[in-house]
Design a protein around this ligand. Structure first.
Ligand SMILES: C[S@@+](CC[C@H](N)C(=O)[O-])C[C@H]1O[C@@H](n2cnc3c(N)ncnc32)[C@H](O)[C@@H]1O
Length: 555
């Protein structure tokens, strides 16, 4: 610690001592009777994962949870105690990164001289030394706002930040970090996830080393879908004649004590988003102008859909020109972006705002159509790399050569993996709960001239009702939503006993939980080994990571 840092620490400790005295004085006052109500949390959702991260931080620093508890009853019932908790703290070293991309640190406890508080610092990077304002308390941690960076981390380079909203928008966390470093941070998120949620497999030495994260070919301008939203003020609230609500994304690092003009304090007004594609940003500009006129028609808030639609332009056939429907500019013309890609194709991009409108994407030579409001992956640039990787890891080509091979695509959406992995497979069966997506999966198989795909509407486990393909010649793709697979499905998957499982997930925590449960708790699970785990960076500049785990039946 430098002399200057030492002085700051002394000031902080002195403040803490004064606060303890103040707190004791206030303890004698009559308390109101507000109670803290904790809400149930999915352990694999960000707040659930935070509890694992806190436990890990305490272990590393030899602290007990009793030493870091916050007295919520006191804070809720005595304003002056709340003021003691919610204070500015200087000279705070950021120790770790949460999987949500926030810094984690330990600060002195305001009412327990022996204790510490765990503090979450948005936009803090490990190695930063920062000044923070604590503004909200929870039983096991406090939330803070980053006020200033006293000493930057060696992975921080603020000159890299290319978005004017970075630091107050909840969308991106890592714009100040070099891209290769971002990939390493995300690899660490995967390692941590398996440590927390597959700890038995870790202890049993049944987990491979996590591979290097595959980067996205586009680091900015990649998002083909954005959904800015707005809230309408309560009709009893007086508003200025020219008032327009904020239209954008969740605000972060801007707590209620820092009020701004207009809109809800929880939504940040956004005019452009530099992780969005060019046409999505043009659509955002168009729709913002329209929204200024039209927001009063809405009783409550709403979300505006901006989804990129792509057409390959054919020079020689005028009849092939696409029907152009999409977001219009102030002159009433549909906004278009024309680009030429490496193979010489000319692509025409529009921005669709109607959730039922059909849009197109091109992946690895295949064309996909789907309803704009339904699920489709959001970063087209990385899809050829992911689909190739999944295909290679199904290893259907080399499976007992001469025999027929089969693929089951559970949670198949509009057929992305079924279709891109269908070559050299005898049959593909996809299952998907959304009937609309299944309709498009069938249509996509037909338009791509893939005759061997069949799709079923239903929950993933429906696939096992009448399965007539041999498990020893079958590989299974899983790509569930964030909450992961349920036990009913995993039990039936294990009973079916396929040779290979490729599990793709946008929530590596539920993936790790499912992989451990499948191997250690299902009938045939112990026959499987985890062959590889690799991250794919679908969302550069953000904390999100897509993880692909490959499981192989060893016997
Ligand atoms: C992450 S998306 C993956 C879609 C597809 N694999 C793709 O990459 O385009 C998850 C899909 O699972 C579907 N889904 C959600 N719960 C399901 C369930 N219990 N059974 C089957 N499909 C489900 C959703 O509708 C969604 O299309």
């Amino acid at each position: 610690m430098t002399e200057e840092e030492g002085k700051k620490r002394t000031v902080e400790d002195a403040t803490t001592t004064v606060n303890v005295v103040q707190k004791k004085q206030h303890q004698n006052r009559k308390l109101k009777n507000k109670k803290y109500k904790s809400k149930p949390i999915d352990p694999t959702a960000p707040l659930g994962v935070l509890q694992y991260e806190i436990a890990n931080l305490l272990k590393e620093h030899d602290l007990t949870s009793a030493q870091t508890e916050n007295d919520l009853k006191l804070i809720l019932n005595d304003e002056s105690v709340a003021q003691i908790y919610h204070r500015t703290v200087t000279n705070v070293p950021i120790l770790q990164l949460s999987s949500n991309g926030d810094g984690l640190a330990l600060i002195g406890h305001p009412t327990n001289i022996e204790g510490k508080q765990v503090v979450v610092v948005p936009f803090g990077l490990p190695g930063d030394v920062v000044t923070i304002k604590v503004f909200k308390s929870h039983p096991t941690y406090v939330e803070s706002d980053l006020i200033s960076i006293e000493k930057p981390s060696n992975i921080r380079d603020d000159s890299r930040i290319s978005c004017r909203y970075f630091g107050s928008c909840s969308g991106c966390q890592y714009q100040a970090v070099a891209y290769l470093e971002q990939l390493e941070l995300k690899r660490q998120t995967i390692i941590n996830a398996y440590n927390y949620f597959a700890s038995q497999l870790k202890q049993q030495d049944k987990l491979p080393e996590v591979d290097k994260t595959q980067g996205s070919p586009l680091e900015l301008g990649y998002r083909t879908k954005l959904t800015p939203h707005f809230n309408v003020p309560n009709k009893n609230k007086e508003i200025e004649a020219d008032f327009v609500p904020a239209l954008g994304f969740g605000a972060k690092g801007r707590p209620t004590w820092r009020k701004t003009d207009g809109g809800s304090y929880s939504i940040l007004d956004i005019e452009e988003c530099n992780i969005g594609t060019q046409i999505i940003n043009i659509g955002m500009k168009n729709e913002r102008s329209r929204f200024k006129e039209e927001w009063k028609k809405y009783k409550n808030g709403a979300t505006i859909l901006l989804r990129e639609d792509t057409h390959v332009l054919s020079d020689d056939n005028d009849n092939d020109k696409p029907e152009i429907i999409g977001s219009k500019n102030a002159d009433g013309n549909v906004s278009l972006v024309e680009i030429e890609v490496d193979n010489g194709d000319k692509l025409l991009k529009t921005c669709v705002t109607e959730s039922r409108q059909i849009v197109k994407e091109y992946v690895n030579g295949y064309t996909f159509e789907f309803s704009a409001g339904e699920f489709f992956q959001n970063n087209n640039s990385i899809l050829p790399l992911v689909t190739n990787y999944v295909k290679e890891n199904l290893s259907l080509d080399g499976l007992n050569s001469g025999l027929e091979t089969y693929l089951v695509d559970a949670y198949c959406g509009s057929g992305l993996f079924s279709i891109t992995c269908s070559k050299n497979v005898s049959r593909v069966i996809g299952v998907e709960v959304s009937a609309d997506s299944v309709k498009f999966a069938e249509r996509n198989a037909a338009s791509n001239k893939i005759p061997n795909c069949k799709f079923i509407v239903g929950k993933a486990e429906k696939i096992f009702e009448d399965i007539d393909i041999p498990a020893s010649q079958t590989a299974v793709i899983l790509d569930p939503p964030r909450k992961g697979c349920d036990e009913v499905f995993l039990n039936q998957l294990a009973a079916f006993n396929p040779v290979k499982i490729v599990y793709i997930s946008c929530n590596v925590h539920s993936q790790a939980r499912d992989v451990e449960w499948f191997i250690n708790n299902t009938t045939n699970g112990s026959q499987y080994q985890v062959e590889s785990i690799k991250g794919f960076d679908f969302f550069p500049q953000t904390h999100h990571i897509e993880s692909v785990a490959v499981l192989k039946r060893a016997v």
